[in-house]
Design a protein around this ligand. Structure first.
Ligand SMILES: NC(=O)CC[C@H](N)C(=O)O
Length: 298
């Protein structure tokens, strides 16, 4: 099982409702994944700041005073916005890598969920409703987002094993299925300089795409590569700073449905995830073809 959703807005008027729409889509698939849930939201770009989403099992201890300590260490303004076990650190884009290294040096128990100019990632063990409430996802605005509710197949049920997996700036991926060659691909990617946080197969798929894009491929080309280089079952839904992509393996035994109107492109593991979207009755609705890459860009 596992339930995945994605929503890519074309109509700016819907941006204030992105978090609310994506939350309801994900909650509707709760029975497909009881273990953990997560969501990535791409907010509007601000131009002069970048963000790191961090997580700690002891947020009171780890987040207190962190903004001032990081600001002092990197010599740039830093802010922190805490939401339960997660927090978003903001600083100038030129200092983002230094900020990330500083956070890890100052607070070794903090985990990095993702980083980039626009993405924020919230994920925890528990059902979608609890995750949506805990992080107030309904109030979030943005241009596109992806979500996942997990029934684990390949690694432990932990915060870091939850999806979305983010392995590059503003990149993240959710997955329904299981990959049979992930250990081999992981070894190749490690040789290529990629770092891994978990034993999870989906993290390997995310890192595979990041590695392809780091070598100059666009999202569509990177997704195309999964069809020959990754074995096993997969439906992937992927977000980048400006893009949104979907691909299913050549057998495509995991359910998937898409809908498109003038206002949005939406993905759901099942049609029930899409029923509350505006104008769904007149949307173009289709089942994505096996071994076919779909992607949209702003
Ligand atoms: N049920 C699934 O689709 C699981 C996805 C992935 N293999 C994981 O364990 O996280």
């Amino acid at each position: 099982m596992c339930g995945i959703v994605g929503l890519f807005l074309k109509d700016k008027a819907l941006e204030p409702k992105l978090g609310a729409m994506l939350s309801e889509m994900l909650i509707s698939l709760s029975d497909r994944g009881p273990d953990s849930a997560g969501i990535a939201i791409y907010g509007a770009p601000s131009g002069n700041e970048a963000k790191i989403t961090i997580q700690s099992a002891k947020p009171e201890r780890d987040f207190r005073g962190l903004d001032a300590e990081v600001a002092k260490a990197i010599g740039a303004p830093v802010s922190i916005a805490v939401k339960s076990t997660h927090a978003v650190i903001r600083t100038t884009p030129a200092k983002i890598d230094e900020a990330r290294e500083t956070i890890q040096a100052l607070r070794p128990d903090i985990r990095i969920m993702g980083a980039g100019d626009v993405v924020e990632i919230y994920k925890e063990v528990g059902l979608p409703e609890a995750v949506v409430e805990r992080f107030d996802v309904r109030s979030m605005t943005g241009t596109h987002g992806i979500g996942h509710t997990r029934m684990a197949t390949e690694s432990a049920v932990t915060t870091m094993g939850a999806h979305p997996f983010s392995t590059g700036a503003d990149q993240c991926l959710v997955h329904n299925g299981s990959l049979s060659n992930h250990n081999n691909v992981r070894r190749e990617l490690i040789r290529d300089g990629m770092k891994f946080e978990t034993e999870n197969d989906t993290e390997v798929a995310a890192a595979y795409l990041s590695s392809k894009m780091a070598h100059g491929k666009n999202l569509g080309e990177a997704l195309e590569g999964t069809l020959s280089d990754l074995d096993g079952f997969f439906t992937f839904v992927v977000g980048t700073k400006n893009g949104f992509g979907v691909v299913r393996d050549p057998i495509a035994c995991k359910p998937a449905v898409m809908a498109e109107t003038d206002q949005y492109v939406a993905f759901g593991s099942e049609y029930r995830a899409l029923t509350k979207l505006p104008g769904i009755d007149n949307a173009r609705v289709w089942e994505p073809e096996p071994a076919t890459v779909y992607f949209w860009e702003h």
